[in-house]
Design a binder for this molecule. Structure first.
Ligand SMILES: CC(=O)N[C@H]1[C@@H](OP(=O)(O)OP(=O)(O)OC[C@H]2O[C@@H](n3ccc(=O)[nH]c3=O)[C@H](O)[C@@H]2O)O[C@H](CO)[C@@H](O)[C@@H]1O
Ligand SMILES: C=C(OP(=O)(O)O)C(=O)O
Length: 509
């Protein structure tokens, strides 16, 4: 970038900032940087990455600045390198988005600590901002402060941002306390095939929510005289449906019993948060939740969501496929126990340190050291189950791990229509992955990985699995259009580079 460019970009940023009536210090806080850095950027005296321009564009909600980062992001991976040292697990996408939605239950100020800076969070923040919620990054950009307005402007909802995530479905539970009629767009997210909303409708109907779907929009009408007359039995033990039922029950005066509830990590984080809001919940960590709701919540609350077991699994898989010794710190071990038991059977050499509590004071963490191991395929198939089964989002990582192991591994991904199919992309990097039917793949190892250039599969976990295989393959690979990875992982390339990977980000301009 020439100096002239820097000065022009700087003045565009200054204009956009002034247009938003922000001071340099406020913009700096939103970006997690210093006021002097913003000052240098605006004067054209600071080299500025495309990533930073993109973040400024997001912070200022500015077309002018976001023009500068037009193209999709790609990764160039120099593979065949071993990793070493230690790496921390970040907070989870799935708890962070649920907690952002749950902040709508609270008329007071909500602070969420160390929220992952990921695209999925940005999309929900865009939706919240569009309906009048004031959310800003504080404490050097680490934490989020969320303050709702007196009345939400639901008609102004940023439907484009909403459609890019599945998580927007979790607006239903909180919004039904605030409005008698509202609309939200169909939930989007990864291309994993059909994902039902019927269990959400069934659960929320007990609280008087009637949902009809027309042309890409859900129309919600709330009958305030309705009240659950018996325990609500979820028709699926899903995570977001349990969260919606919890958020509906949280502000429903009286006691609600939810059966066949998910007890997965994000649900537990939401329960701990609701407790801080004064909602008593019995049975946390089990499949029957008894919620003692309160009519109005107005509290200044501070909560630290826990670490992401799926990110922990991803980093563990990175160590396995690259044959590395790596310490993964802050692993929420309770949510990785079955994965570790299976890997132990396969011959994984690893150590777990002493347990210590996460910042929420409830989740148990360990530091996990993984060492290079000669793995053999497991005797039984790998398949997920709702918690406490093998985590649904962790299944794809077993494809990459199985490809490094001696023998044949059957992976049965019954949950999603399309996800197993994406695992066959690993064949382009030298793996033997045979699709037996849309839900089952047979992986034969070990693999001699080879570099390749390819598009990112349109699903988060399979995309990361491809990236890991590229890290294992000698030579230079290119993974194109990695938005889907950025949906769920904060600065993944940079963080992997900090333990020895060589991954460069680039964009088409
Ligand atoms: C924002 C968020 O938290 N997303 C997570 C959440 O999505 P979410 O809770 O939205 O997941 P879905 O409701 O789409 O469920 C995933 C799939 O599992 C099926 N299903 C689920 C439970 C069950 O008892 N029976 C059953 O058949 C559903 O029909 C669907 O096909 O849970 C998924 C499954 O853990 C994870 O992949 C997502 O990362
Ligand atoms: C499928 C996933 O997420 P989402 O529900 O956000 O699509 C995932 O995290 O792997």
């Amino acid at each position: 970038m020439t100096d002239d460019y820097l000065a022009r970009i700087g003045s565009l940023i200054r204009d956009a900032r002034k247009h938003r009536s922000l001071t340099q210090a406020q913009l700096a806080e939103a970006l997690g940087t210093s006021q002097s850095a913003v000052n240098r950027i605006e004067r054209g005296n600071q080299n500025i990455s495309l990533e930073m321009i993109a973040r400024i564009g997001e912070a200022l909600d500015s077309e002018i600045v976001s023009l500068g980062y037009a193209g999709p992001m790609h990764l160039r991976v120099v593979g065949g390198r071993t990793l070493s040292g230690s790496i921390d697990v970040k907070t989870s996408k799935n708890a962070c988005v649920a907690l952002l939605c749950a902040s709508l239950l609270n008329a007071g100020r909500t602070v969420l600590r160390r929220v992952a800076r990921i695209e999925e969070v940005y999309r929900i923040l865009e939706v919240l901002a569009s309906i009048g919620v004031r959310a800003r990054w504080i404490n050097d950009g680490n934490d989020l402060e969320i303050v709702p307005p007196q009345r939400l402007d639901l008609g102004a909802m940023d439907t484009e941002a909403a459609r890019r995530t599945r998580s927007v479905i979790m607006f239903l539970g909180p919004l039904m306390h605030l409005e008698d009629r509202f609309r939200i767009p169909y939930a989007g997210g990864c291309d994993l095939g059909t994902r039902t909303v019927q269990p959400h409708m069934n659960a929320l109907r007990h609280f008087g929510l009637d949902l009809t779907a027309t042309a890409g929009t859900y129309h919600a009408v709330v009958d305030r005289t309705a009240s659950p007359t018996r325990p609500i039995v979820l028709t699926e033990r899903g995570d977001t449906v349990t969260e919606n039922a919890l958020m509906a029950a949280a502000r429903h005066e009286g006691t609600t019993v939810i059966r066949n509830a998910s007890s997965n990590y994000m649900v537990q984080d939401l329960c701990f948060f609701l407790e801080r809001l004064g909602v008593r919940i019995d049975g946390i960590g089990t499949t029957t939740l008894t919620v003692h709701g309160v009519g109005r919540i107005e509290r200044d609350v501070d909560y630290a969501p826990s670490e992401d077991p799926v990110e922990a699994m991803s980093l563990l898989a990175a160590a396995v496929v690259t044959g590395s010794e790596l310490t993964i710190r802050r692993v929420p071990v309770e949510f990785l126990e079955i994965e570790l038991a299976v890997l132990e059977e396969m011959g994984l050499d690893h150590d777990r340190g002493q347990e210590y509590p996460a910042d929420n004071g409830r989740t148990r963490l360990v530091d996990l050291t993984v060492r290079p191991s000669k793995l053999t395929s497991p005797i039984d198939k790998i398949h997920p189950m709702p918690f406490p089964g093998l985590n649904i989002d962790n299944v794809p990582f077993f494809a990459a791990i199985a490809a490094t192991a001696q023998g044949s591994t059957l992976i049965h991904d019954w949950v999603y229509d399309n996800r197993a199919i994406y695992l066959t992309e690993l064949t382009r990097l030298g793996a033997s992955v045979q699709l037996l039917d849309p839900h089952r793949v047979l992986v034969d190892g070990p693999t001699r990985w080879r570099a390749s250039e390819m598009m990112c599969p349109p699903a988060l976990r399979p995309a990361v699995v491809v990236l890991l295989a590229m890290m294992a393959a000698e030579g230079t690979s290119v993974l194109r259009n990695v938005y889907v990875i950025n949906r769920g992982y904060e600065d993944l390339a940079e963080r992997l580079n900090s333990v020895g990977a060589r991954i460069e980000t680039f964009r088409d301009i």
